[in-house]
Design a protein around this ligand. Structure first.
Ligand SMILES: *Cc1c(COP(=O)(O)O)cnc(C)c1O
Length: 387
């Protein structure tokens, strides 16, 4: 550029003089994200390294090992997708669904419907079985649908964050095996907080997220698939119709070849490594029982305040509890009051449960007795103002 050249004048319309970021303090007791663990935040704040740096490559292996532990699986293809839980959700569908494949989806909440939407975008022939939002599926209902429709894939949500239901998993994998269907499981709100045994349950594909039970900020979507699902992937006629989420390409980076695919979100992987390390350090059994114990405290406390839980106790999810909003109470106004006056977030209902329930999450590092007491105190002192 010559010094005499005259540049066009700069348009300053969007040049705003903002101060440096300052985030209000929040206690996140909604459906996610949960608060990040302080040492996860420290890991995120480290300087990045190159995504092909030998240090980083060994860190990738550590993340994979810890994910296998958290999920109780030996699956080779276990890695965090760059994206939130929905990216990993889409990855499971994109990799094993071919146009015209029959995909059976169990819908008893918001996230079952998202699976339906995704599978239909990948041109599956989608069939659903449905239950009321707040109920779970029986083995008989699942087997009848498998016999009638003979799907190549059956998808179900383990922990329905929109309803607070934990789907009992015993026996479902055997039925899928018997009827020649792959089993896809959404473990977004169960990983780390609820007993979960992918291999034992014969789950073929699963996904999760970083920001709920793992107490890492949103940005990674753990993904896994087993040998049976790999066979389906390898027998595809056409390419996986999503370049970014194609696990055969990703495995050239996460596997032994270390071929560049996309620049890994290095710091997010620092964060999830720390989150998974903390989980392993505590031990799955201890984390699961901590979540259970604190959820039971919450349920008892809410009931003793005269409130009722939306889900019967044997199906209740320890990581997310749903509370019926009492007659005449403006649920949204109450939740807004909690965040504005106390910096405490709880969630409202989705879909058919909008305006009917609150959703209280006790996930990961947030599942602590002091938080249970805090939210119970707020219900006790503040809710009467909304009656
Ligand atoms: C949160 C959630 C998702 C989606 O994850 P994002 O990280 O929001 O993309 C999927 N399934 C369930 C059950 C969830 O709770």
């Amino acid at each position: 550029m010559s010094s005499t050249q005259i540049l066009p004048s700069i348009d300053k319309t969007h040049k705003k003089a903002f101060g440096p970021i300052s985030v209000p303090e929040r206690l996140l007791l909604g459906p996610g994200p949960s608060n990040a663990h302080p040492s996860v935040l420290e890991a995120l704040a480290l300087n990045p390294v190159g995504h092909l740096d030998p240090f980083y490559i060994s860190l990738m292996g550590e993340v994979q090992e810890l994910l296998r532990y958290a999920w109780q699986t030996h699956n080779r293809l276990t890695l965090p997708m760059s994206g939130t839980g929905s990216a990993a959700m889409e990855a499971t569908i994109a990799n094993v669904v071919e146009p015209g494949d029959k995909v059976l989806v169990a819908v008893n909440g918001y996230f079952g419907n998202r699976l339906v939407d995704m599978a239909s975008r990948y041109k599956a022939d989608v069939i659903t079985i449905e239950k009321n939002w707040g109920e779970a599926f029986s083995l008989e209902e699942i087997e009848n649908a498998l016999i009638t429709h003979k799907p190549s894939l059956f998808a179900i949500v383990h922990a329905e964050t929109s309803t607070g239901v934990c789907q009992p998993m015993e026996g479902i994998g055997n039925l899928c095996n018997k009827h020649g269907s792959l089993l896809l499981l959404d473990t977004v709100t169960s990983l780390g907080g609820v007993p979960l045994y992918l291999d034992e349950w014969k789950v073929d594909l699963a996904y999760s997220c970083s920001q709920k039970g793992l107490s890492c900020p949103p940005g990674l979507g753990p993904f896994t698939l087993n040998k049976r699902a790999e066979e389906k992937l390898n027998s595809r006629v056409g390419k996986v119709p999503n370049w970014y989420l194609d696990v055969s390409l990703l495995n050239k980076y996460w596997g032994s070849d270390r071929v560049y695919h996309h620049t890994a979100p290095v710091n997010m992987n620092f964060g999830i490594r720390e989150a998974l390390r903390l989980l392993a350090d505590e031990g799955l059994e201890n984390s699961w029982s901590r979540h259970r114990k604190n959820a039971e405290e919450l349920w008892q406390g809410l009931e003793s305040l005269g409130l009722s839980l939306h889900v019967p106790v044997d199906l209740r999810l320890p990581t997310l509890s749903t509370v019926s909003i009492p007659e005449g109470v403006d649920g949204k106004a109450f939740a807004l009051h909690l965040i504005n006056e106390f910096g405490v977030e709880i969630g409202g209902g989705l879909g058919v449960l909008a305006g009917k329930i609150w959703r209280i999450g006790l996930m990961g590092h947030n599942s602590r007795l002091e938080n249970v007491q805090k939210i119970l105190n707020l219900f006790e002192t503040e809710l009467p103002k909304f009656r």
